[in-house]
Design a protein around this ligand. Structure first.
Ligand code: 3PG
Length: 303
């Protein structure tokens, strides 16, 4: 079988080597399409692929249609909003993700962004410490749980937005509503997927509930934030802050207006560590090899 790794933002070399060992070790062929710039390159490369590994690369309906032999696509990462699942399902293509494999890298970045914003984006001036502050966790999955544990290590109080499966937040303090989470927390870390239900859900109403100096940290997806509401909240309160790993559509304009209040990484780098690349990349390769060998669909997201 031909396994194609198509990554506009490539994996670390060690991850690619590991993927190759797994794929070729199982008797399959590996093809690489890295740092591609045009969709046509992806459309051409998928034509004879039996399996596909991607990161945030968009596997849209036309990509699925061009991949005539495709049997399985694995998003090496958590969020699979870049996969057109109905198209995959229609063709009987198994779609998977690799949950948890890059969570630590994302959680560490969330903490880094909190420190960066608390220290005025490393510009002169008096900042504040995280110790003794309260952080709210919106989304208590693999990433949210790690952010919470690390925040405790920094001396922070942690509040989790319920409801969550009870066993997950045992021992943690919870709040029943999202409004309470935002009104009680100095920081909120957003760790939820972009779905029709979550898109645009954080806007003016929630942001303006945050206490003085409140800071929202978004390492999830830009679509979760209502940009109009963000703009209004930042304009109304110069003490509010927003740091994100996924720049808003109107970032240049927002940065111009609210330089001290807003920060976005130049390119999404939550999962940009060698460790996360290796964990997610190797997991994706193993899942494909395992699927071809045994039919295992453990991480299938289009069941
Ligand atoms: C994920 O959903 O796993 C993260 O957003 C990582 O995305 P990336 O692989 O494009 O860095």
């Amino acid at each position: 079988m031909k396994v194609l790794v198509a990554t506009e933002k490539p994996f670390a070399a060690a991850a690619v080597n590991g993927i190759r060992e797994i794929v070729e070790g199982a008797g399959h062929e590996l093809a690489l399409l890295e740092k591609y710039t045009e969709k046509e390159q992806l459309l051409a490369a998928v034509a004879d692929a039996d399996a596909l590994i991607v990161r945030s690369d968009k596997v849209t309906a036309d990509v699925v249609a061009a991949a005539k032999q495709l049997k399985i696509v694995v998003r090496a990462g958590a969020g699979y909003d870049n996969l057109d699942l109905p198209s995959c399902t229609e063709r009987g293509i198994v779609a998977m993700n690799t949950p948890g494999q890059n969570s630590n890298a994302v959680a560490e970045l969330a903490l880094g962004l909190m420190i960066y914003m608390s220290r005025n984006q490393f510009t002169p001036g008096t900042g504040c410490e995280l110790s003794g502050k309260t952080i709210g966790i919106q989304g208590f999955g693999n990433i949210g749980q790690l952010v919470a544990k690390k925040a405790v290590g920094l001396g922070m109080n942690v509040l989790i937005l319920a409801p969550q499966p009870a066993e997950k937040h045992q021992g943690w303090n919870t709040v029943p509503t999202i409004e309470e989470l935002y009104s009680r927390c100095n920081f909120v870390s957003v760790n939820i997927p972009a779905t029709p239900e979550t898109k645009g859900m954080i806007g003016y109403d929630l942001l303006s509930k945050m206490p003085k100096g409140g800071c929202l940290i978004n390492t999830a997806r830009k679509e979760i934030i209502c940009e109009e509401g963000l703009d209004k909240a930042l304009a109304e309160r110069a003490d509010l802050k927003y740091a994100t790993d996924i720049a808003p559509v109107a970032y240049a304009e927002l940065k111009e207006k609210y330089a001290k209040q807003i920060f976005a990484t130049p390119k999404k780098q939550g999962a940009e560590t060698a460790e996360a690349n290796i964990n997610a990349g190797l997991a994706a390769a193993s899942q494909i090899v395992n699927y071809f060998a045994t039919g295992c669909t453990k991480f299938q997201v289009n069941k």
